[in-house]
Design a protein around this ligand. Structure first.
Ligand code: PLP
Length: 405
């Protein structure tokens, strides 16, 4: 019988966060091993419960969520997102500029599918959240990575970004606060990127899914609050700020010169109608989440759980000889550098696999985030301190003997 093969559209599509190593972790679990999964930013399994009001609201609305909704999303959710934007100083947004999706993930793919012809280029950060690169490739586009600088708080290197703009470039992607680096961009950096987009006629996609998860004095500046003359598409959702990743609720908001983008917006509308609508019960969570008490603030300040875990992880990683990272100013991750002068690492994926086998801890290797270097990994600091500390001790143990130079 002829083998059934996958579409060649998938040849360059890669999403290694849930790739081969995660499959090996599953195999070890099936053999009876306990694996500590520090590979995915999924707060609920680590005991971060969703705010009660949100759950109650979804339950309350369940009986009337049986039918499809409007493709762009239920009215109350879109009004809530509009008001959230208005409160942040973004005035030129109305309900029709908002699309609700099954998480930001669905909207990223939709946004790229509607935009790109074969060979069109999109500037994407390196390191990135790899769905962006995958979505561009899936849509026939060419992901072009711009450098974010480890030595400069992981901020985008604007000179590198500009040097990579060609006639085929259509858009710049920003992730702020950043996954995987934890960087939170300054207003000046954002203004610099907007100036490039203006000069070269590019769209900006600003992925702001972690906009409320900020540490120390970090301030998040929404990209769209800094410009009215560049088309900016902001993405956000409930998965992280409200700890309900399983609900699959996100939004995409178009601001700037929308008339100029009428045809693209028609494309987005077509694609959103082809999948009928986003999950309706979860859409009801959006208004309650955005309008209600912001319990995330308790987790990221004072003796809040997330802040404590971030501090301990940062401290313990930097205390390991040969490992270093910046303190995450936002989001849920540390992006850790393994010193090449101390360790002889040629294959980051092999390193993470060895760690999994030896210490039963699952991390993600750096190259999964579209970097060239092979001496980084990402760690999620979601576990409780009593689980996090032993995990970091095991990491120390691993690197005390692993492939020393
Ligand atoms: N964007 C970034 C930067 C993320 O880190 C994630 C998930 O980890 C997503 C988007 C996807 O989120 P969602 O659960 O809304 O699909």
């Amino acid at each position: 019988m002829k083998a059934i093969t996958k579409s060649s559209k998938l040849n360059n599509v890669c999403y290694d966060i849930r790739g081969q190593i995660a499959a090996e972790a599953k195999r070890l679990e099936d053999e009876g091993h306990k694996i500590l999964r520090l590979n995915i930013g999924n707060p609920a399994p680590f005991g971060f419960a969703a705010p009660d009001d949100i759950l109650k609201d979804v339950i309350h609305n369940l009986p009337r969520s049986q039918g499809y909704s409007e493709s762009k999303g239920i009215y109350s959710a879109r009004v809530a997102v509009m008001q959230y934007f208005q409160q942040q100083g973004i005035k030129d947004v109305n309900v029709d500029d908002i699309f609700i999706g099954n998480g930001v993930s669905e909207l990223i793919v939709m946004a790229m599918q509607a935009l790109l012809d074969n060979g069109d280029e999109v500037l994407i950060p390196s390191p990135d959240y790899p769905l962006w690169t995958a979505a561009v490739s899936l849509s026939g586009g060419k992901p072009v990575h711009y450098r974010c600088d480890d030595e400069n708080s992981w901020f985008p290197d604007l000179a590198d970004m500009e040097s990579k703009i060609t006639k085929k470039t259509k858009a710049i992607v920003l992730i702020n606060p950043n996954n995987p680096t934890g960087a939170v961009y300054s207003k000046e950096v954002l203004q610099g990127i907007i100036a490039l987009a203006r000069k070269h006629g590019l769209i900006i996609y600003s992925d702001e899914i972690y906009d409320k998860i900020l540490y120390d004095q970090a301030k998040h500046v929404p990209t769209a609050s800094l410009s009215t003359d560049v088309l900016i598409i902001t993405l956000g959702g409930l998965s992280k700020n409200y700890r309900i990743a399983g609900f699959r609720a996100g939004w995409m908001v178009i601001s700037g010169p929308k008339l100029h983008a009428e045809d693209y917006i028609k494309g987005l509308t077509l694609l959103s109608s082809m999948r009928m609508c986003a999950n309706v019960p979860s859409q009801h969570a959006i208004q309650t989440a955005l309008g209600g008490y912001q319990s995330i603030n308790e987790l990221i300040s004072g003796d809040g759980r997330l802040l404590k875990q971030r501090n301990i992880a940062y401290q313990m990683i930097n205390d390991i000889d040969g490992l270093s990272c910046n303190p995450a100013m936002g989001a849920l991750y540390l992006f850790v550098k393994v010193d090449n002068k101390k360790f002889n690492i040629t294959d980051d994926e092999g390193m993470i696999l060895d760690l999994l086998k030896q210490e039963k801890i699952l991390l993600v290797h750096g190259r999964a985030f579209n970097i060239k270097e092979n001496n980084y990994f990402r760690l999620v600091f979601l576990p409780h301190v009593d689980e996090l500390v032993p995990a970091l001790e095991k990491l120390k143990n691993f690197f005390s003997t692993y492939k020393q130079v």
